[in-house]
Design a protein around this ligand. Structure first.
Ligand code: HEM
Length: 414
């Protein structure tokens, strides 16, 4: 057994994750680390796939005799999230409940709204010629769509967007983190109130669908509803924002590729997959072995924790030709950024839609954006999501275009 010094939450990993992953793949593709109580790091494409696909041997949720539990992250998150932290057979009932709202046809119907919201976000900054691409665009667009899908009020979108973004990148114990937590508690209050309202008068939104649903003949408890809703929020907002931020930052340094995408937006679907592979917005997630087993020649004991490194798998030389190169038209591109197996990302089509529309609109309306690379701030820890705190940019000012979302919001306040 090879024990390595590996911590996906460390500043070293945030700065050097590509090199650290490559070292592990070459030296010890199934390695043991003592960080966070000890776990295995799985780095090769085929090993990660084998573990993710074997949900009987590798569990996403276990209650332990000491009253603690395991889940999909290392260390375990304070709030359980469902269905990502649930095993079959119970898992299937929840996934079935959610699938229709995120099917390709449902997601396609959201495109006009996503474009409208993107127009609204760009209109707010376009006359000034200056923006923070994260706080003004990459974070708000997924945040506002998530509010709308769930059926939560959209007028406080800014607080919601800042809260979901700040929760991921601020350090526990700092005033910024306290503010983000306070925002999250306010949000939980808002969700609780919406659950009560939708029970009394259902509307056409995901919270109404969930409060009307039954599993094994019983409605979902308030606690369970909250576990599902927080997953839709935390799984969908900052992940997509990070993908957008990473792509906009990369395009700043590759003007010829930026011009290529601007002139021919039909290249964006393939480019989306390549940005997903190259940046792996969710670098890795966890499982727990339910029985003694062998992975990559290493014996894993029942109860051991495993970190599935999607980001390492996505750069495995045995799975991708020249994985260190961004090839916007790479094909095939079987990246693992959305995971695989039964827990494969529920919102993958939503993320792809938001990414494509935001990129199309930014490249069309801010074609000459220049990021202040000195002031651009990456996350100091990428243990959960790999993104940017802030990407300040300037561009040639232009006139706002007008959006239905902004007129709708004006009437909200009348
Ligand atoms: C670029 C954006 C995104 C990335 C990289 C991403 C990544 C992932 C990954 C890796 C998993 C697999 C979890 C596992 O195997 O344990 C997952 C699951 C999930 N994602 Fe995403 N996600 C993104 C966007 C979204 C969006 C937009 C939503 C919702 C609208 C969403 C909701 C979920 C949910 C609910 C699950 C759990 C599915 C299950 O357990 O069956 N994600 N995501």
């Amino acid at each position: 057994m090879t024990t390595v010094s590996f911590d996906h939450h460390s500043p070293e990993y945030a700065h050097g994750w590509r090199e650290i992953n490559a070292d592990l793949r070459g030296r010890c593709p199934v390695a043991r680390t003592d960080a966070h109580g000890g776990f295995w790091v799985i780095s090769k494409y085929d090993d990660v796939a084998a573990v993710a696909r074997d949900d009987a041997t590798f569990s996403s949720y276990q209650e332990l005799p000491d009253g603690s539990r395991t889940g999909a992250t290392i260390p375990v998150a304070p709030l359980r999230q469902v269905p990502i932290e649930m095993d079959p057979p119970e898992f299937f009932a929840y996934r079935k409940l959610l699938n229709p709202s995120f099917s390709p046809a449902s997601v396609k119907a959201w495109e006009p709204f996503v474009r409208d919201v993107t127009t609204f976000c760009l209109d707010r900054v376009i006359a000034a010629g200056t923006t923070d691409l994260i706080r003004d665009i990459a974070s708000p667009v997924p945040a506002i769509l998530t509010l709308r899908v769930l059926g939560l009020p959209t007028e406080d979108w800014q607080v919601f967007s800042d809260t979901t973004h700040d929760l991921v990148h601020t350090v526990p114990g700092t005033p910024e983190n306290d503010t983000a937590l306070a925002g999250m508690f306010a949000l939980i209050g808002q969700i609780t109130q919406t659950i009560v309202e939708r029970r009394a008068a259902p509307a056409d939104d995901l919270i109404s669908h969930l409060v009307r649903s039954e599993i094994d003949g019983r409605p979902l408890t308030d606690e369970r509803l909250m576990e599902v809703i927080t997953l839709v929020i935390l799984g969908g907002v900052d992940t997509t924002g990070s993908l957008i931020g990473n792509a906009l930052h990369w395009l700043q340094h590759h003007p010829e590729q930026r011009e290529r995408l601007r002139v021919d937006p039909s290249l964006l679907p393939a480019a989306t997959e390549e940005f997903l592979r190259f940046f792996s917005p969710v670098p890795g997630l966890a499982r727990t072995a339910t029985t003694d087993c062998v992975i990559g020649g290493q014996t894993i004991a029942a109860g051991d924790r495993l970190f599935l490194s999607w980001s390492s798998a996505n750069h495995d030389e045995d799975a991708f030709d020249a994985p260190g190169e961004v090839r916007l038209d790479r094909t095939p591109n079987r990246h693992q950024s959305f995971g695989l197996g039964i827990h494969r990302c529920l919102g993958s089509n939503v993320a792809r839609l938001e990414f494509r529309v935001v990129l199309e609109e930014v490249l069309r309306r801010l074609p000459d954006y220049v990021i202040d690379v000195e002031a651009a701030t990456p996350y100091s820890s990428i243990g959960v999501v790999n993104g940017w705190v802030s990407l300040p940019a300037t561009f040639t000012p232009a006139a706002p275009q007008g959006s239905d979302f902004s007129s709708e919001r004006t009437s909200d306040h009348r």
